[in-house]
Design a protein around this ligand. Structure first.
Ligand SMILES: Cc1ncc(COP(=O)(O)O)c(C=O)c1O
Length: 440
């Protein structure tokens, strides 16, 4: 498959082989959010945003595995590095009880390992004064540890602040911060003292009153952290105004409340800057990252991290050599190959196209928005959104929902103009077909 000429092509979807794999998977997997019966065949051709299913259908993947594969399939810049490694088993060492050498010397290693990943993360958070990293296995764990270091750092920790529409993961601690869908929290025990705020400038202004000793009921010195996604992901790709972000920043600075920026979906170049926070007059104290890093990472300043040994730890923390290499190489490629400005440029172009698409379907497409390649269109109803996701898929375009009526589009950061054009044409057809079906 050549990226320059690849085209989505779908015969039967899902075909018999994909159905067989999906059925086999479901035999032992817990029911979960499988949006559609798409089965990626890892033994078949895949390049850039194109991949193949077991029935030979070629799909244009604008999900980037929910931002976890920011450089697409088989990116040569990643694959060439990975092919050089002559690694031994176990690749996943019991971290935090051992250190790992990746050959050569730390300054000139044969391959980048967990320590290099942390070093690169410190490098890209230096402008926020960050110098310390705790690696873990997932986004939710990165958030758990972000909360832990903030509770530990606060003399009288009683409260945390989150926003309406937020999503921060599914472990019991992280889900206590979620305010996007009831399915994430219903019936589960939660950590106490989490106060939620409307995701608006008025909401933050009201929070200021709530924290004011004269007018409010929450003592600011008991607030261990405020957490937010600089661009909300699961909650509907909601892009905040500059005024909102400035107000959050200033309020937290006035009260010395640490800000946790959850960059698990919005970070690593997705918005055209390394961190979505970088678009704003906004200074996070802790950043959480995961997905494209292939490990979880909690990044902050050393004084916020506890000194005490074993206060943070995990069997696999910092120990997955292969995942750390992938994360370090991904971060290196994004920075060294100018993918940030590329993503910004392609994002602007894509948003123009989506805005035209909205104008062409004014009855059904109610919004088009994006920051870099974190892009979305919103529909009049949830049913229509679901129907368009399905119709696009039948034409060979993979997309995802978020919020209640929004369809998100996450092309790889090195997406090409031709691929954006194909996606827009397929979406246009899908929207038209769904409208025609509804009329019929
Ligand atoms: C903003 C945000 N935070 C946290 C998480 C949780 O990450 P994980 O699924 O790796 O636990 C996600 C996952 O989608 C996310 O988008």
């Amino acid at each position: 498959m050549q990226r320059e000429t690849a085209e989505p092509s779908v015969g039967q979807f899902p075909g018999p082989k994909a159905s067989e794999w999906a059925e086999f998977h479901r035999e032992s997997a817990a029911p979960s959010t499988y949006v559609y019966d798409f089965v990626w065949d890892v033994t078949e051709d895949a390049v850039g945003p194109f991949c193949t299913d077991p029935d030979g259908n070629v799909l244009l993947d604008f999900t980037s595995h929910v931002a976890a594969a920011p450089l697409g399939y088989n990116n040569p810049l990643i694959m060439d590095e990975l092919r050089e490694f002559d690694l031994v088993d176990p690749l996943k060492i019991a971290g935090q009880d051992f250190y790992v050498s990746t050959g050569g010397s730390p300054a000139d290693p044969d391959l980048p390992g967990p320590a290099h990943l942390m070093d690169r993360l410190v490098d890209v958070t230096d402008h926020y004064g960050m110098d310390t990293v705790f690696l873990s296995n997932s986004g939710a764990e990165a958030v758990e540890n972000a909360m832990k270091i903030c509770y530990d750092h606060c003399a009288t920790p009683k409260y945390g602040i989150t926003f309406e529409g937020a999503f921060h993961g599914r472990t019991l601690g992280a889900l206590s911060l979620n305010r996007s869908k009831s399915v994430h929290r219903r019936k589960f025990p939660e950590i106490a003292g989490v106060h939620d705020v409307p995701h608006s400038l008025a909401g933050v202004r009201h929070l200021r009153e709530t924290l004011d000793p004269e007018t409010g009921h929450i003592p600011a010195d008991q607030v261990a952290f405020l957490i937010l996604e600089p661009v909300q992901g699961e909650g509907g790709y909601r892009i905040p105004s500059a005024a909102f972000m400035r107000e959050v920043n200033d309020l937290c600075a006035d009260h010395d409340i640490p800000i946790i920026a959850d960059e698990i979906q919005s970070g690593l170049g997705r918005t055209g800057k390394l961190w979505a926070s970088d678009h704003y007059a906004f200074e996070p104290d802790v950043i959480t990252s995961a997905k494209g890093l292939r490990v979880g990472a909690t990044v902050s300043r050393s004084e916020i991290f506890p000194d005490e040994t074993s206060r943070l730890s995990s069997t696999w923390g910092a120990g997955d050599v292969i995942a750390s290499i992938q994360g370090a190489v991904t971060l290196g490629v994004i920075r060294e190959h100018d993918l940030l400005s590329h993503a910004e440029r392609m994002g602007d172009r894509f948003l123009d196209q989506l805005t035209e698409l909205r104008a062409a379907h004014p009855e059904t497409v109610v919004d088009a928005r994006g920051l870099g390649l974190m892009t979305a269109i919103e529909f009049d109803t949830k049913q229509r959104r679901e129907a368009v996701i399905d119709a696009a898929l039948q034409r060979g375009l993979l997309t995802l929902g978020c919020g209640h009526t929004t369809l998100r589009l996450l092309p790889p950061l090195d997406v090409r103009e031709r691929e954006l054009d194909i996606a827009v044409d397929l979406l246009d057809d899908a929207i038209e077909d769904v409208a025609a079906d509804a009329t019929a």
